[in-house]
Design a protein around this ligand. Sequence first.
Ligand SMILES: [Fe+2]
Ligand SMILES: [Fe+2]
Length: 324
Amino acid sequence: MDRQGLQGCSEGAGAGTSGRIGSTELAEVLDDAAGRLLERHPEQSKEWFPHELVPWELGERCGAGQTPPPPVDPLPEGVRSALFVNLLTEDNLPHYFAALADAFRSCSALGEWSRRWAAEEQRHAIVLRDWICVTRHLDLVKLERARMRQLTSGFDPGVRAGGLLDGVVYLALQELATRVSHWNTGRLLDPVGAGVMKRISADENRHHLFYRELVSAALAVDPSSTVEAIDRQVTAFEMPGTTIEDFSRHARAIAAAGIYDLRLHHDQVLKPLVVTQWRLDDIAALDAVADRSRDHLFGRMERLRRVVERLDPPTTERSDPPAS
Ligand SMILES: [Fe+2]
Ligand SMILES: [Fe+2]
């Protein structure tokens, strides 16, 4: 994230134009909403233990200093690519946490949330790595070298400009996209692997709901600034794994496997959020600049829809994750 662009709760208010509020006031609105969401989070998140999801008996083949054989039936390339990208993306948590801790440093509820969120995210890498280690679905030496390269080289989570608002919009999009990717990976695994991905996907969904509600709170007090932030973040959106070596090749394999592609991005991320949840087309109180931004956003989504229809006709094999 752009460290200068993300303003925290105690930083200076911007001079609002008509119908807009300053950045300090907006940060307070977001922090108040985060406080309410934090109160309900423990009731909604079920405690779970990574070690209980891992079939440890498979690890008996893997003594210290030995190189156990790969599985007899290797997973298809697209599924292996998804596991590789998904795990390395989860492994990048130190970089995400550094960005969030900085962005939310002076916001009490958002700061508390960032620590809880990081603790939950860490479980994802733990359970995925343990499961992959015992199943040997990936080359563990290549995986570890890729993790070292990725963590060492640093990472820009993709929020290019804007402030705190842009950050929460990006996170709402990214958590939903990650949820879809994990869910669809699980559909192509055995029941144990599917259980691992289902559990992670459920966490990502709760994270998504948290950020989605923050954006809704911002829309209620400053629809014009929020619509502009949504337009910016939809336009610039990148999944956090794009810095992984050979990402383009993995992304093509992942798309070919039906795990994540442009259609899913449009149908299961952008449309449900922008149209169904945030209902941008129903907002009447936009100023002229924000109105143009909304037109730009809907124009972009329509072009994406047309590209998808042309390149990728709908199939009957896809399934939606459970409703948010
Ligand atoms: Fe995660
Ligand atoms: Fe998450």
